[in-house]
Design a protein around this ligand. Structure first.
Ligand SMILES: NC(=O)c1ccc[n+]([C@@H]2O[C@H](COP(=O)([O-])OP(=O)(O)OC[C@H]3O[C@@H](n4cnc5c(N)ncnc54)[C@H](OP(=O)(O)O)[C@@H]3O)[C@@H](O)[C@H]2O)c1
Length: 600
């Protein structure tokens, strides 16, 4: 009971006049719990507390158990409940492990409550609001007091976690941003240009194509004479040949390896050969990547592995195999998606976050390490081969893709600074907030403030204000127009090229864009649509109906016409007897039957 919840519970139980039996794990904590007003304080690290409770209550047991410890303690706690007692389970572990408990204790009219406060806030916001108000009233009346806590400044967040890991806390552990600089720091511009050693080698994974190859060429521009370029195929694409030839013509020694960075043995061989044959390795740039975008619901373990392996395992192999080398730099190419996430790229975001953490970890070990989280790059690499993805990213971020020249200028600054990482992107924050709800999270407070002013257009007006007093029909029209604008925005198409009566997928959206639309709807209309609302056949007009139904719950539910009722009942019959058919086949059959019906 010495944790935050336990101490709060003691206060509340005392306020309700209860006799409190509390357990805690150490002498220090038990003393504290006693000070906080528990009547009986027992040891939580042994199961003997159950016998003690029975003894102290003259064999009666207790009326309420508030439990958050897992395992056998649950059975002991159930056994000390009096008839009609209540068992309140706060711990989540046993729920997720699907632990079994016997029913015998329930013969005594006891009740078991599973409690998850997160769900309370999401599923019953009104009840949560009422409970909070009640609690705040008790604070104002001086009945309840803030819990004891220990504050760590954000700069020392590791200490906070270590403290908690060692179970040393009494009450709450708070990480405070007060007085902290929230502006991201940026490596300073330097007057001197980066100068690389001519008698050294530099390794670039993914160095035979795209941005990796551009980076290699840039390193040559900074003085490097021996470049080791590594990729699985060991081959450059046709469009990258010219760049390789130019480097060779400039007298740069290019050493190419066909090697999979995830294969540690193969990579070790490469390192042995480098050591034998080439000038000492002084720098590593890990740019290898594979993409496989798919919304997380449909993401297979294979897809996840395929994307995280080259980045994560590749980086780890490089980290281990270079452990004994005196490197000047070890750069990991990450992506701006680690700041905000990106629908369809859970695997890629996870992989890049690992790289950023590895850079921090290496620094802690006294090793060189940097990461650069790039925004979309316009003139080299993946996006030059996938224009549609580039357009979609630009529309989401609201800013132009960066150029390799811009990126490499920042890389130069980063390598000359003490900073571990940097993010480089053009974005329009007000645009981003519309499509990425987590752009509103607290860590971006500074950015939000900078765009909050002067953003008072129709787009940002509260939707309820806009529809107040409008008929359901007019609301439907307004929502349809706004939705068309969103769809146009996502597809980068003018609204007059879109039809509200065509399936959004026929308009050109794919499932990732569908996800983006769901997010934009949540953001713009403050309603939550199930992702299934965007299945085949969803037109803007139909989606608008679903939104209006949530904005105007009573008015919008227009009575179905006779024809619609017929169709619905035909569809229901077909559904019932056609369990082996796909949804598309069912829809087709339903349409056919209703056409027959209409003819009759
Ligand atoms: N392009 C962008 O807009 C952008 C934006 C943000 C961040 N970045 C980062 O910049 C880096 C380069 O991106 P890019 O667009 O230039 O990529 P890219 O053109 O697709 O090149 C990726 C390279 O990685 C190699 N590769 C993949 N798996 C490998 C493995 N297991 N072992 C060795 N090599 C492997 C590929 O060659 P093989 O197939 O022959 O192995 C290819 O040469 C990536 O780390 C990416 O995350 C790029």
């Amino acid at each position: 009971a010495s944790g935050g919840v336990g101490l709060a519970a003691i206060q509340y139980a005392r306020y309700k006049g209860a006799e409190v039996f509390a357990t805690a794990g150490t002498d220090e904590k038990r003393d504290f719990v006693r000070l906080m007003g528990a009547d009986h304080v027992l040891d939580s690290r042994s199961l003997k507390f159950a016998e003690d409770v029975m003894r102290l209550s003259q064999g009666q047991g207790v009326d309420v158990v508030l439990n958050s410890i897992s395992g056998e303690a649950i059975n002991r706690n159930l056994s000390i409940l009096r008839p009609f007692g209540r068992f309140l389970e706060l711990g989540k572990r046993d729920f997720y492990e699907n632990s079994k408990i016997g029913l015998r204790p329930f013969r005594n009219n006891i009740s078991y409550f599973g409690i998850d406060a997160d769900q309370l806030l999401i599923e019953r916001p009104q009840l949560a609001g009422r409970l909070f108000q009640e609690m705040m009233g008790l604070f104002q009346a001086g009945v309840l007091r803030p819990l004891p806590h220990r504050v760590f400044p954000a700069q020392r967040i590791q200490e906070a976690f270590r403290y908690m890991q060692q179970s040393r806390q009494i009450g709450k552990v708070i990480v405070s941003f007060e007085g902290e600089q929230l502006q991201p720091s940026f490596p300073a511009k330097t007057d001197t240009s980066l100068q690389l050693a001519t008698d050294s080698s530099y390794l670039i994974t993914g160095g035979l194509s795209g941005f990796g190859l551009k980076t290699a060429a840039w390193l040559a521009g900074k003085g490097a004479k021996t470049l080791i370029l590594l990729s699985r195929s060991g081959k450059a694409a046709a469009e990258d040949q010219a760049c390789l030839e130019q480097l060779q013509a400039a007298g740069i020694q290019l050493v190419v390896y066909a090697c999979d960075v995830t294969d540690q043995a193969a990579l070790a061989e490469v390192f042995t050969e480098i050591q034998k044959k080439l000038p000492p390795l002084r720098g590593v740039i890990h740019a290898a990547m594979v993409l496989d975008d798919v919304i997380v619901r449909n993401m297979s373990a294979d897809s996840f592995r395929q994307v995280i392996a080259p980045k994560m395992l590749g980086a780890w192999n490089l980290h281990e195999l270079t452990a004994d080398l005196a490197l000047d730099f070890f750069v990991l190419y990450s992506s701006i998606t680690t700041s905000l996430g990106n629908p369809g790229q859970a695997n890629y975001v996870a992989a890049n976050l690992f790289l950023e953490s590895l850079a921090e970890y290496r620094r802690q070990q006294g090793l060189v390490a940097s990461f650069a989280a790039w925004g979309p790059i316009a003139d080299a690499g993946y996006l030059t081969r996938n224009e549609a993805v580039k357009d979609a990213l630009q529309s989401r971020l609201g800013g132009a893709a960066i150029t390799t020249a811009q990126a490499l200028t920042v890389l130069e600054q980063l390598l000359q600074s003490q900073q571990t990482g940097v993010a480089v992107v053009n974005w329009d924050w007000s645009n981003l907030q519309r499509v990425m709800p987590n752009a509103r999270s607290a860590k971006f407070a500074e950015l939000q403030r900078s765009v909050a002013m002067g953003d008072e257009g129709e787009q940002t007006k509260d939707i309820h204000e806009l529809v107040a007093g409008l008929s359901a029909e007019a609301t439907h029209q307004l929502v349809t127009d706004m939705l068309l604008a969103e769809v146009g925005h996502i597809l980068r198409l003018p609204v007059d090229k879109l039809s509200a009566d065509k399936s959004v997928f026929d308009l050109g959206m794919d499932s990732l864009m569908g996800m983006e639309l769901v997010l934009a709807i949540e953001e713009r209309f403050k309603v939550r649509l199930p992702v299934m609302a965007l299945t085949e056949g969803a037109t803007v007009s139909r989606i608008a109906e679903k939104i209006v139904a949530q904005l105007h719950p009573q008015e919008s539910v227009a009575a179905p016409t006779e024809q619609e009722l017929k169709q619905q009942s035909i569809a229901a019959v077909v559904k019932k007897h056609g369990s082996d058919m796909t949804d598309a086949e069912l829809a087709q059959l339903a349409a056919h039957l209703s056409a027959e019906e209409a003819r009759n």
